[in-house]
Design a protein around this ligand. Structure first.
Ligand SMILES: [Zn+2]
Length: 279
């Protein structure tokens, strides 16, 4: 599932392609992608509007329109496609006569933006404003924003009795960190994921904050080299596994102390950590 760095890389790559462009028409090819909103409602809100900017908060990406917004939530496998013309889209669509999967297509005054999720978990929704979208309104501090300071983060930790791993996954407190980067941040911060959030000493809270900031920055660099290729339906982020130190490394030696990385279940998700050097 794309977390903050992946979505930020998508936002940065998308901006020059769609900002200032007008949405001429919205084609909802698979109605499930806009559920529970109807395709006619999506068209009514979005058609004829200009895309003023591409915004991101947490794992959410949205298009700020002249009036209203379009949210794009990728869930597990959702992705964006962009083509300069319908002709080029049709060519990619039928390279072997099989056809590329597309759920929603925004026909712009220059280019076409497609949203695709073969597994149909991803969603495209329209809202009257940012505040009217419950998912956006409920998000906490964005982990890559200027407001995400060590002091603010320490306050949030003090207010939670939950294990550190579950605390980091709670999008209502800090937005953007998922299963992968929570494991990585705790490994870099040398903290046991089972510890209670409010048990951290000031120095430990600072260490974890620093770890989160650097883990996300490094992942973003990786996601931008190479940047997302919206013209390739098979494109996906590359090289992320090379920067991971804990996630998905069960049984492999810890890169710090050499002891095997352990996997445990926390809140129904897998946590990977080193029980020897994460205290
Ligand atoms: Zn270790």
């Amino acid at each position: 599932m794309p977390e903050l760095p992946e979505v930020e890389a998508v936002a940065r790559t998308l901006r020059p392609l769609v900002e200032r462009r007008k949405i001429r028409c919205v084609h909802v090819i698979h109605a499930i992608a806009t559920k529970p909103q109807s395709s006619s409602y999506v068209r009514r809100i979005a058609e004829g509007q200009r895309i003023q900017s591409v915004q991101r908060r947490g794992k959410y990406l949205w298009l700020q329109l002249t009036q209203g917004i379009v949210t794009l939530h990728f869930k597990l496998d959702g992705r964006l496609l962009w083509f300069p013309s319908a002709k080029e889209m049709a060519e990619v669509e039928n390279p072997h006569g099989s056809g590329v999967h597309l759920d929603v297509v925004f026909e712009l005054d220059k280019g076409l933006l497609g949203f695709a999720d073969r597994r149909h978990f991803g969603r495209v929704h329209v809202w009257a404003s940012e505040a009217a979208c419950p998912a956006l309104a409920g998000l906490g501090l964005d982990a890559m924003s200027r407001d995400f300071t060590a002091a603010r983060f320490a306050e949030l930790l003090e207010g939670s009795k939950r294990p550190l791993k579950e605390f980091l996954l709670d999008q209502k407190r800090v937005a953007g960190i998922g299963n992968i980067y929570s494991c990585e941040s705790l490994w870099h911060g040398r903290l046991d994921p089972r510890r209670r959030a409010d048990s951290l000493k000031s120095a430990e809270a600072h260490r974890l904050h620093k770890a989160i900031v650097s883990v996300l920055a490094r992942a973003l660099e990786c996601c931008l080299h190479p940047p997302p290729d919206f013209r390739d339906p098979e494109w996906w982020f590359q090289g992320l596994e090379d920067i991971l130190r804990a996630y998905d490394r069960e049984g492999k030696p810890c890169r710090r102390c050499g002891e095997p990385i352990r996997r445990i279940a926390q809140g129904g998700r897998s946590t990977y950590f080193c029980a020897y050097c994460q205290k």
